[in-house]
Design a protein around this ligand. Structure first.
Ligand SMILES: C[S@@+](CC[C@H](N)C(=O)[O-])C[C@H]1O[C@@H](n2cnc3c(N)ncnc32)[C@H](O)[C@@H]1O
Length: 275
């Protein structure tokens, strides 16, 4: 059993490293997520596990990556929240039709991309626009996450039926090779997306993600407390080019977090534009 003191130590440690905040009523959740780690490493208490992590004992070498894997929630799917994707599609189309070029190449970042469905969805959307407009639109998509496990999976890009459940049949047939209920994304999509480790907690890590036209940072702010949300949003603002657009989760809001963005109101969703 995890004691209250052990919970506080580990909760603060997880927060310091990831920004993920387990509130008091989430003690059992943290406990259940860490049980297997204790068993696997042979620790008899959460306190021993904590000190090993904190002081980098031989037994807990490389454990930080496992910790990141277990404290994160990685739910995602292709074509998640269509109204937000409509905004993305419309803005890219409009910009190209008006000859009012976005960056060239267009730079897009899916920050906290989990197993890759989000950045690959964005790539498919642009490929479809290219086909319909018969125009070459150069673009690069970055997908990043803190969990090595999901990064590995995103790079493999082989998905379950569940991941493509909201994807229309035509798109599935066109961009995936299906076999045994698995859907392997084709290289023609994969090649546009660079998947990497990036911890939103680390201010220095934002430096290489500059001049973005779009940033998708969806369904991760909910795991952070207000201080961390502010820090992440401020850093993301700096990563956008002027007029670049931030999209956060549909249940998330920048209310009380930032007033730096111009809210753009669309049917069923809001996008946030850098001035
Ligand atoms: C629920 S998923 C969201 C995936 C995708 N953006 C979507 O909306 O479908 C949240 C992701 O945030 C990642 N995450 C949590 N804390 C993070 C941090 N500090 N830095 C980077 N990624 C983080 C998790 O590993 C997880 O894959």
């Amino acid at each position: 059993m995890m004691t209250k003191e052990e919970f506080t130590m580990l909760r603060d440690f997880v927060y310091e490293k990831t920004g993920i905040y387990f509130a008091e009523n989430k003690m059992y959740l943290l406990e259940s997520r860490l049980t297997n780690r204790l068993q696997e490493l042979g620790f008899s208490s959460y306190e021993d596990y904590y000190y090993s992590l904190k002081f980098g004992s031989e037994k807990a070498k490389n454990e930080m990556a496992n910790l990141f894997d277990v404290v994160t929630t990685n739910e995602t799917s292709f074509f998640r929240n269509p109204p937000q994707l409509d905004v993305f599609r419309t803005m890219i189309k409009k910009d190209y039709c008006n000859g009012n070029m976005l960056g060239s190449p267009i730079r897009i970042w899916s920050a906290a991309c989990s197993t890759g469905e989000e950045p690959y969805t964005l790539a498919i959307i642009i490929l479809e626009i290219i086909e319909s407009l018969k125009k070459n639109i150069p673009f690069t998509i970055y997908g990043t996450d803190i969990s090595s496990k999901v990064i590995e999976s995103a790079r493999r890009a082989v998905f379950s039926q569940y991941s493509v459940r909201n994807t229309d049949e035509r798109t599935v047939k066109k961009y995936f090779a299906g076999e045994n209920n698995l859907y392997a994304l084709k290289e023609e999509v994969k090649k546009y997306v660079k998947i990497d480790f990036m911890n939103l907690m680390e201010e220095n890590a934002y430096k290489i993600y500059r001049q973005m036209d779009f940033i998708f940072c969806r369904n991760v702010l909910i795991y952070f407390d207000e201080k961390m949300k502010k820090k992440v949003i401020d850093c993301l603002y700096e990563c956008l080019r002027p007029k670049g657009v931030l999209i956060i989760g549909h249940a998330e809001s920048l209310h009380n977090i930032s007033r730096a963005f111009k809210p753009l109101v669309f049917p069923g969703t809001i996008a946030y534009q850098r001035g």
